[in-house]
Design a protein around this ligand. Structure first.
Ligand SMILES: Nc1ncnc2c1ncn2[C@@H]1O[C@H](COP(=O)(O)OP(=O)(O)O)[C@@H](O)[C@H]1O
Ligand SMILES: [Mg+2]
Length: 199
């Protein structure tokens, strides 16, 4: 399966989502993580630690793709309509992370407008939500669902362990500190949703 992670804004956990989906799919079959972002943040992240999957640049992707069952692509923020069109054509599923703040939701609505026009297979992922479910989160979920937008049932909680993992070039599934298990269970549930497993 080829999954692209994309958003109009930076800072919405796009790269974090790409690394953790790669960790999820690597447990099933060989998975390649392609760093399509111009600042090469995932290549730098991989150099700091020991990812359990191969991380390559977009230019290396063509060489490594055939030997991997699953490919996760982290893309540059703010794609043009033409770039978005190519992204949609180049993957099986587009994951669109968004934090629950108004600025991020506005950017997501703008992107989903274009994705709908392109007939894309995409799903929105709420990220960086407060550690405990809240009324505010519920309101955001209801607004997106009422707008007819496809949304993962799972939200990704805002937990410091994600930042610590990123600094060490790891995924939270490789961390043993408290909350690492809860953090990993969020992305594991998203992976299960993608694979059509009941949670
Ligand atoms: N669920 C989370 N909880 C806490 N911090 C997070 C979470 N997801 C991402 N972060 C942190 O937020 C920052 C932005 O995340 P990143 O994945 O780099 O976003 P993007 O690729 O969209 O710019 C990073 O410092 C990252 O470690
Ligand atoms: Mg990034």
């Amino acid at each position: 399966m080829i999954i692209s992670v994309c958003s109009f804004k930076g800072g919405v956990a796009k790269s974090t989502t790409a690394t953790h989906l790669a960790a999820y799919f690597q447990q099933k079959a060989p998975t390649l993580l392609v760093d399509g972002d111009i600042n090469r943040s995932l290549l730098k992240w991989a150099a700091r630690g020991k990812p359990p999957f191969k991380v390559v640049s977009e230019k290396q992707g063509v060489k490594y793709a055939p030997s991997h069952t699953h490919i996760i692509v982290d893309t540059a923020a703010r794609p043009s309509f033409e770039e978005l069109k190519e992204l949609v054509d180049g993957c099986d599923l587009l994951v669109v992370p968004t934090s629950p703040e108004a600025w991020a939701i506005d950017a997501t609505l703008e992107m989903t407008g274009e994705l709908n026009r392109l007939g894309a297979n995409y799903k929105i992922l709420l990220t960086l939500v407060p550690p405990k479910p809240s009324k505010a989160e519920e309101l955001v979920r209801d607004a997106l669902t009422d707008a007819g937008l496809p949304l993962f049932k799972t939200s990704i909680r805002r937990l410091v362990v994600f930042q610590r993992a990123a600094l060490n070039g790891l995924t939270v599934s490789q961390m043993s500190e408290s909350y690492a298990g809860i953090a990993w269970s969020c992305y594991k549930a998203v992976g299960d949703e993608i694979c059509g497993k009941k949670g």
